[in-house]
Design a protein around this ligand. Structure first.
Ligand code: GYE
Length: 328
């Protein structure tokens, strides 16, 4: 769907554009980015991407606040952006719920808001645009790949979820559960949050091993960092995983190290979630600045990668070349 900013904002943008040509420094476009935190390699890559793209050379002054996975701190960060009169506000919402009040405040202040990375549970007229990924689809891909590989064999699955209440967690959990529901021979033994962190993944896996040792043959981690923690826990317990192991290990994100482990056969499947989104967001802002129509929703492209030697209709086999071509 295409959208246009309300007239007043467009006039403001046009003025800003014309003054920009006169003096550079003062007329940088100010952008506040309320970032989730620094919980994962994915997040680090996403932060770096914004810092590269929203640079002064490109005409922007970026104020990026690391909200340390604290929902209240994130609401506060957005309120501060409103008070500072930022030209644009970008939010990567930690939690999908609870945004109505602060979005209304941004609307009242006439500041365009772009939701990035994750989804929010708010009516689409409360914000201007959305750029992100499709975690539900990622969950379905993981499920389809597993069904294809098991080909009717039993699965006893342990799942380490992401942050509770995050749309990335909700989507991946629901998408995977949809496929699981079609397989009577699959049992999800347990599913607990590892908060998208390596420590969280390790702690959950250690407790899973205590409860289910010898009973599981699939571990699904909802991001790469959790997978690294789960690998440490399985290594310590002498449990083998990966292409040559007893346990099938599925991960999400496909960051550089995750793909290295996939290439090494330690992770069987890594479903990509692309953190490189800033250029797309910048494209939306440029259209807004020019008073042109912009995409109300843009999905960033993604695919899935499996260990070498695994034939799949749902994933590409990892190669050194793919890894070398990775920008993050
Ligand atoms: O998968 C995880 C990060 O929101 C898609 O957040 C993102 C998720 C990503 O911490 O590693």
């Amino acid at each position: 769907m295409k959208k246009k900013l309300a007239a007043m904002a467009v006039v403001g943008a046009a003025l800003c554009m014309s003054t920009m040509m006169v003096s550079a420094e003062e007329d940088l476009i100010t952008v506040g980015y309320a970032q989730v935190g620094h919980e994962s390699d994915w997040r680090t890559a996403n932060t770096q991407d914004y810092q590269n793209v929203f640079s002064e050379e490109n005409g922007y002054e970026l104020s990026l606040i690391d909200c340390d996975n604290d929902n209240a701190a994130q609401l506060e960060a957005v309120r501060n952006f409103i008070q500072q009169g930022m030209d644009y506000i970008i939010i990567a919402p930690i939690q999908s719920a609870g945004w109505d009040t602060v979005l209304q405040e941004a609307l009242d202040a006439g500041i365009p808001v772009i939701i990035a990375d994750r989804e929010i549970e708010a009516s689409e007229d409360m914000y201007d645009a959305w750029v992100g990924t499709d975690p539900h689809n990622e969950g379905v891909t993981a499920g389809n790949w597993l069904a294809e590989q098991l080909d009717g064999a039993e699965a006893n699955i342990l799942q380490i979820e992401g942050t509770v209440g995050a749309s990335a967690t909700i989507g991946r959990t629901e998408g995977f559960a949809e496929v699981a529901a079609e397989h009577d021979e699959w049992t999800i033994l347990d599913s607990q949050s590892g908060d998208f962190t390596q420590d969280g993944g390790q702690a959950v896996m250690e407790s899973f091993i205590k409860s289910y040792e010898g009973e599981f043959n699939v571990v699904v981690c909802q991001n790469d960092n959790e997978a690294y923690g789960a690998m440490d826990a399985m290594d310590a317990a002498g449990i083998t995983y990966g292409a040559d192991g007893d346990v099938i290990l599925i991960s999400y994100d496909a960051t550089h190290d995750g793909l290295q482990y996939t290439l090494d056969g330690k992770i069987n499947l890594d479903v990509e979630c692309n953190p490189i989104q800033a250029e797309t967001v910048k494209g939306v802002i440029e259209k807004m600045e020019a008073g042109e129509e912009f995409e109300a929703r843009t999905l960033v492209e993604e695919q899935a990668f499996c260990a070498p030697g695994i034939e799949s209709e749902y994933a590409v086999q990892m190669t050194q070349e793919i890894l070398d071509g990775r920008a993050y």
